[in-house]
Design a protein around this ligand. Structure first.
Ligand SMILES: Nc1ncnc2c1ncn2[C@@H]1O[C@H](COP(=O)(O)OP(=O)(O)OP(=O)(O)O)[C@@H](O)[C@H]1O
Length: 459
């Protein structure tokens, strides 16, 4: 672990003793030492929150007891070492109870004991700082706008719902095709909620054999079934006070659905092979690529569980409906991949962008990522052109009937027409999705390049 500088305040009215301690601790260049001779001077500097304070138990204007209480009030994370002229076990125990970290008697060994004590506390401080930094890192990694790239109209609605989800404990149900970011959205909600310091526990229901799911979720006691050689806690217990993310919930077996419903209603679980009820407090987020209502109609998903899990529904639109987000996300992946692989800076040329915009991306963002990473490898220079973009399946939606021989103007007009047709001819919405001015669209309508209503020729 990297050793960081730590600040130490010495509070001691005996000037000689203070100078000795100060000199001794300053031998370590990582220790930044300040000396205070009265409680008054020390209290004035306390808001700077030192890492460690050594307190002389008896000062002319206060005592160790009062100052310890003040430190705990103003700077609870500061570690306090009491240095006392006499050994009094009762006082020492009392001080420990009130939060002192060590109690050292002034004698021949004081300096060594102090050195040891400070080094132990220092490890603890460094660990706490590291945990705090990691927590901050994770939070900023899952900050909505950092983690989830895009500013299209449909994605902005998703952000608005995510804010609501993060500020409450409501159950969240996320739907969307494969690769649209369901997992990412679930994590971002957790790491922006007040449960962020507790665990985020993902369970992919589809990946666990049906007969093992119950013990995976609720845990089991030793000997509960063949192979249960020891007690094991389940995912619900692991996620206690945090978030349990049940991915692919639509794949859950109907008998297991009944057990899950009971647990959600009662907020308590029973480990397999036990009779003991354990209270749990878990935020639930579920995701599925299926239409759960259809599953209910087909009798494959319990209606009562469906409504119990629906909570705040968030639907993630497929990538092909996110307009120019395709290019933003592609750029993001190219920059990241090129930096990680020392490939220098690369960018997409116009034809490459056009090829990406025309494709329907059945694998959504996951597919876009692999397409542009491969393109970054294939391109020799700084530019990624259309020959580097290797698509995995044939273009299959109506927009893909556009031929490669179109001019940029014809292409633009067909692209906008496609979005008008699929967005109820809402000009403002389409202008926002495609990031063009609404006047551009109206101009093209006036020039008969675009239609603002459905074609009625075939009716
Ligand atoms: N808007 C986005 N911006 C940047 N990266 C994204 C975005 N959405 C998804 N990703 C990335 O795309 C990949 C697929 O996302 P994710 O696994 O969350 O999708 P999913 O919907 O859960 O897929 P599946 O249903 O197959 O499990 C991940 O690498 C994720 O980080």
């Amino acid at each position: 672990m990297k050793q960081e500088t730590i600040s130490i305040y010495i509070v001691e009215d005996d000037a000689v003793y203070s100078a000795v301690l100060g000199h001794f601790l300053s031998l370590n260049p990582d220790f930044k030492v300040k000396k205070f001779f009265t409680a008054k001077e020390f209290l004035a500097a306390l808001p700077d929150k030192p890492d460690i304070v050594t307190l002389d138990y008896t000062l002319p204007d206060s005592n160790g007891d009062q100052l310890l209480a003040k430190v705990k009030e103003v700077s609870p994370a500061t570690k306090v070492i009491i240095i006392s002229g006499q050994e009094d076990i009762k006082i020492a125990i009392d001080l420990f109870k009130k939060g002192a970290n060590d109690y050292i008697v002034k004698d021949a060994d004081t300096q060594e004991r102090l050195w040891l004590s400070i080094n132990q506390l220092r490890e603890n401080i460094a660990l706490k700082k590291e945990v705090a930094n990691l927590q901050q890192e994770v939070q900023s990694k899952y900050n909505f706008q950092n983690a989830i790239i895009g500013n299209s109209y449909p994605l902005k609605s998703v952000f608005a719902l995510m804010e609501k989800a993060a500020s409450t404990n409501i159950t969240v149900s996320i739907t969307g095709e494969t690769g649209t970011g369901k997992d990412l959205v679930a994590k971002a909600i957790h790491f922006n909620s007040d449960k962020r310091k507790a665990p985020f526990v993902p369970v992919n229901v589809a990946a666990i054999p049906r007969e093992l799911l119950e013990s995976e979720l609720f845990g089991h006691e030793k000997g509960a079934f063949t192979g249960a050689i020891s007690r094991r806690i389940g995912k619900f217990e692991e996620a206690n006070n945090g978030t349990l993310f049940l991915d692919e919930i639509g794949e859950m077996d109907i008998s297991m659905q009944a057990k899950l419903l009971r647990v959600l209603q009662e907020q308590e679980i029973t480990r397999v092979g036990s009779n003991e009820l354990l209270k749990i407090n878990v935020r639930i987020i579920v995701a599925t690529h299926r239409n759960l209502m259809d599953q209910v109609k087909k009798g494959k998903f319990r209606e009562d569980l469906f409504y119990r899990l629906l909570g705040l529904p968030i639907h993630l639109p497929p990538l092909r409906e996110r307009g120019s987000d395709i290019i933003l996300i592609a750029k993001h992946f190219i920059d990241k991949f090129c930096t990680e692989n020392n490939l220098g800076k690369k960018s997409l040329d116009i034809a490459a962008k056009k090829k990406l915009m025309l494709y329907s991306f059945p694998g959504n963002i996951r597919e876009l990522k692999s397409v542009v990473e491969l393109a970054s490898v294939m391109s020799e220079g700084e530019e990624i052109n259309e020959t580097h973009i290797q698509l995995n399946s044939n273009m299959n939606n109506e927009i893909n009937s556009v031929t490669e021989t179109l001019t940029l103007k014809q292409f633009t007009s067909q692209l906008i027409q496609h979005y008008l047709d699929t967005n109820e001819y809402d000009v403002l919405k389409v202008a926002e999705i495609l990031d063009v001015g609404k006047s551009t669209i109206y101009r093209m309508v006036n020039n008969n390049e675009l239609k603002l209503q459905r074609n009625t020729d075939n009716k």
